[in-house]
Each structure stands twice: as C-alpha cells, then as structure tokens.
Ligand binder design. Structure first.
Ligand SMILES: Cc1ncc(COP(=O)(O)O)c(C=O)c1O
Length: 454
C-alpha cells in the first residue's frame, strides 16, 4: 500500500528489507559467529548498548579502519560516512595522530600532571572558537555536565533550558521533551531518570523566540544549552536572526549561553560559532578533536573563568562535582594537538565542505529523480536526508519526519553495497580522507535504492 506521506509502498519496502537482511546474513559468517559469542559476556552482545542500533540482524565486527575506509572481520570494505558518529571525523587512524599517540603512550599516558600539549591545545581551541580559557574531559557528555554545573554555581539558578529534540550526551538534565500541551516530560525510553525533568529543565522548540522569551523571563534559568543547529533529530537549521535574538534574550535575562559544537564542528575549523560569529559564554566540544582518542573540552570567557575560581563555596580542586581522574590526560592531549595541528586544519575543512556539498547535491538529485517528497540538509561537511518535502523548522517537526522502517532499509541497502552511514537517523559525514569517488558511490547506491523503492 502506498504511503503517500513518504512516497513509498510499505509492502514493497518490507519485501526489499527482508531481501537485504537475507543478503546481509549470507556473507557475514564471522561477524555472525562473533555476535553469538559476545552475547555470552556482553549486555546485548555489544560493548556498549547503542551498538545494537545497526541495521542488520547483528552488528558488523570491525577488523580495521584507515582513512575513510572500514574493513570488517569477513573482509568486506566500506566507505565510512558514519565516521564513528563524528568521533572519527578526522578519518580513521590519521598518520600524525597515530605517531603522536604512539610516542606519548611510550612516554607516559596519564600522571595527573599537565603537559605542554595541554597548553597548545588550549591556545588552539581559543584561536578557533574565540573563548580564552579551556578545560579537558573524557567526553562531550562530561564537558556539558561540567558546563551546566559551573553555570548553576555562577548564577545560583536551578534550571537549564534546552531545545526540543536535542541530544547533548547522557546528561540527565537534557533528557527532557516538550509535550503537546507545552509541558516538559521525560524523553521516551529514558532509562531510570533521577527526577522529573520538569524540575531541572525547560524545553522550547528551536526558532520559537516567543516561547524562549517567556521561559527565560522568570530569571530561574542558569543557562541555555544549545547546539547552534540541531543535529541529532536530523539537521534543523536556525532561522535567520535566531542566534542574534538568543544572545540578546540570554544577556537581557542574565542567563548564560552554552553552545555545544560537538557535531556542528563540521561547519568549519571553528565550528558554527566561528563561521557565524556567535558569542557564547561557554563552548563545549568532544568527539572529533581527539582524532578518535576519547576527549572532550569546554571553554569559557575570561570573565567567567575569573568569577568561577573566585567563588569561595565552589570547590574546583577536589570533590566539587567537576573532574575525572583521567580527564586532561597526556595521551588525549597529544591526540588533540596532532588532530587540530595536522589533520583537521583550516585547509582540510575547505576540502571536506566541498565534498559535503557534492554529497548533498547527489542526494538531492536522486530524490528529485525518484520524485519522493524528501529533502536533504547540509551543515558544512555533514549532510542528512529526511522524509518530508521541506526542511523542518524545529525538533518536533523533524521528529515527525523520521521513519524507522525506511531508515533501516536504506542503511542496510547501503551497508550491503559497501557504504556506512550513521545508524542514528540518516547522517553522512566527510573526513579529510574522503574522496569524490567515495561520495559518488554513496550517491549511486542511494539512487539505486530509491529506484528499487519507487
Ligand atoms: C551535540 C552532542 N553533544 C554531546 C554529545 C555527547 O558525546 P559523547 O557521547 O562523546 O560524550 C553528542 C553525542 O552524540 C552530541 O551529538
């Protein structure tokens, strides 16, 4: 039966998916065997439960990854446009990072002592993002958690505000959603929320300035935590003028502004913030900056840094709730230095963004040829298609344009033909190692999938 909303026959989609599942299983005996074995010792048969999300009947087990390519234990090679959901945006095993990490590993990995690389990394992040004082964590999640704590301590306000459809890592306060009646609720599937998120969090739709103004007016919000464009519910771009208004409203109400660049770093060497001259009080980032080595960071203004350290009742040196024994370790900072200094350089971004354009154009032309009511949105080196004719204006609209069955088919179809895209929605990302041929392979496979579907 034709589902007019997405322009696809559901029966045909189910039959094609069944064919792809069969094809997947037939040629991956080693992955299948490892998946069976891992189920004996790992929760869900995977080292972290979100790896259950891949589209096949079991995950593909990794043998090696180099540049923009991944090879599985059955010997299949893939063009990797998932890139570890941005953790490998620098490409897999980039030579300078491998060298720096090997040298640092041989010279001591973690000692709770700063290294010269730490100072270099702080200086480089300051140059790129415009904020002068930095801290390092092991993940973007931790960078966000610590940023929120710091903002609460500085403002003495209890709440934060996020945009509907956001994802900022596994930060309790951010697992909140906007219900239809305008109230705040627990995000679906949230595992063991500690408290009702309405106690800690306000949620408004991106681009809804009226709701934002009303939510900030009472003066009880410590910070707005925002991706400059949503990237975890498809890509939702801010409307023209939105960021100027967000900054004006936060300043007027004494609310701090935290910009999370973990994914929007794809917009350029200084992320969306530098590309659009944003002026956050705090900036958080993680994933890509370590070239695959776990690391996160947050930067603050000089004024905020001074105020934070001068607070007599905030313990930044011991058990104040900001920390992590291995945070700021020598190994991850050596990786940051090599990644930012030699791999994700200003020049590399220019090439990545050009290929991001090629990717989006390829997808758009396949959508147009098939005549399906879908669209593609791009953010620098990152692009994502979605099953609605127009780009959504907010997270709620974008959520409504998701389609689990279609996504599963398209991901599996691509996987079976040597292309990986992220298992969460339909994101594809370009690394400095990605080539035009890699992008064209994705376009061809996507076009063939659509051809079979409609
Ligand atoms: C915008 C954003 N912030 C933070 C995170 C958390 O990153 P991590 O899981 O590496 O802590 C993510 C993860 O997807 C993210 O998309």
């Amino acid at each position: 039966m034709l589902d007019a909303e997405v322009g696809v026959d559901r029966g045909r989609l189910a039959a094609l998916t069944a064919r792809e599942v069969e094809g997947f299983a037939a040629v991956r005996p080693r992955s299948r065997a490892l998946a069976g074995r891992a189920r004996g010792s790992l929760l869900g048969g995977v080292p972290m439960t979100w790896m259950m999300r891949w589209a096949g009947p079991h995950p593909v087990f990794l043998a090696e990854a180099k540049g923009a390519r991944v090879v599985d234990v059955d010997g299949h090679e893939y063009v990797d446009l998932c890139l570890g959901d941005s953790g490998a945006m620098a490409g897999h095993a980039p030579e300078p990072v491998v060298r720096a990490v090997a040298a640092r590993a041989a010279a001591g990995i973690t000692a709770m002592l700063p290294t010269e690389d730490a100072a270099w990394a702080g200086e480089e992040l300051a140059r790129r993002f415009g904020l002068p004082r930095w801290q390092f964590t092991l993940s973007a999640t931790d960078a966000n958690r610590f940023a929120i704590r710091m903002c609460r301590a500085l403002t003495r306000r209890p709440k934060i505000l996020v945009f509907n459809g956001c994802y900022h890592g596994t930060v309790d306060e951010t697992f909140a959603t906007l219900r239809e009646d305008g109230s705040v609720g627990v995000r679906a599937g949230n595992v063991g929320p500690p408290v009702d998120p309405a106690l800690t969090t306000k949620v408004v739709e991106l681009n809804d300035l009226e709701a934002l103004e009303a939510a900030l007016a009472p003066g009880d919000v410590a910070c707005v935590l925002a991706e400059p464009a949503l990237t975890n519910i498809g890509i939702v771009l801010p409307a023209p003028g939105f960021h100027e208004s967000l900054r004006e409203l936060t300043r007027r109400t004494g609310t701090l502004l935290v910009i999370d660049e973990t994914h929007t770093f794809s917009a350029g060497p200084g992320g969306y913030t530098a590309a659009h001259r944003l002026e956050p009080d705090v900036l958080t980032i993680g994933k890509a900056i370590g070239g695959g080595v776990p690391v996160g960071a947050f930067g603050v203004t000089a004024e905020l840094a001074e105020r934070a350290l001068a607070q007599p009742d905030a313990d930044y040196e011991d058990a104040g709730g900001i920390g992590g024994t291995l945070a700021g370790n020598a190994l991850s900072l050596a990786a940051v230095r090599a990644t930012l200094g030699e791999v994700l350089t200003d020049e590399a971004f220019a090439g990545m963004i050009r290929l991001g354009q090629r990717l989006a154009e390829g997808v758009a032309s396949a959508i147009a040829s098939a005549g399906v009511p879908w669209h593609v949105t791009r953010l620098g080196a990152r692009a994502e298609y979605r099953f609605a004719p127009q780009p959504p204006r907010d997270g709620g609209e974008s959520a409504a344009a998701g389609d689990v069955e279609l996504e599963r088919f398209l991901h599996l179809y691509a996987l079976n033909r040597g292309v990986l895209i992220t298992p969460f929605h339909n994101m594809a990302l370009v690394s400095p190692a990605t080539t035009a041929m890699d992008i064209d392979l994705h376009t061809e496979v996507f076009g063939t999938a659509l051809g079979e579907l409609v």
